[in-house]
Write a protein that binds this ligand. Sequence first.
Ligand code: SF4
Length: 236
Amino acid sequence: MDSTQTKRPRLTKKRRALLILNCLKELYPEAPCSLDYETPLQLLIATMLSAQCTDARVNMVTPALFDRFPTVTDYAEADVVEIESYVKSTGFYRNKAKNIRAACEKIILDFGGEVPQSMDALTRLPGVARKTANVVLAHAFGINAGVTVDTHVKRITNHLGLTKHDAPVKIEQDLMKLLPQPDWENWSIRLVYHGRAVCDARNPACGRCQLLEWCPSGPKLIKAKSKSKSAKSSSA
Ligand code: SF4
């Protein structure tokens, strides 16, 4: 009997989520933020730049950017065109540069020059969505205010049957009900690792996935793959 035919015990969604979480912790013991930063301000800027861009690309541009603009005042007083020149390769650079400067102006005006430490205050900064605020709060301040839902988290959480939603905000609400609060942010990081290592968007490697036991999509995807394989070999 292979893993797709094994009779599965009936588990509540919450129990399954916890088993998956424990397995992810074993698979990926470390869950650091993959953006390079030293201060909350640097993390805020790097996270704003990471929208529609890889963390690796952001990490390539931030050393020079952080060097040129060491303080919140440096950004607030900068010529936006100069910020653009540093962040061009991250995409949507005009918008990003404009938002970075405007966010820093607001940090100075409304928050005494310090990156605020609440979801409400952070999401009042120009260009700072809930997803960005979640990352900043968790990694800069150790506050788990929500679950960051990016494309990997959205896809894999759906595969795992822990949500039926497409909208990140709804997926986040589902996950917040299922997972312990201290694990909200590390869930996202570990699912990103798992998405890169095993649960690829185009070709998930369900056959060697350690989460298969708790994943309702795995057996279906394995079956579909073997069906298309045999269809190909019989038409060859
Ligand atoms: S079993 Fe397949 S679909 Fe489920 S998490 Fe693993 S790779 Fe993704």
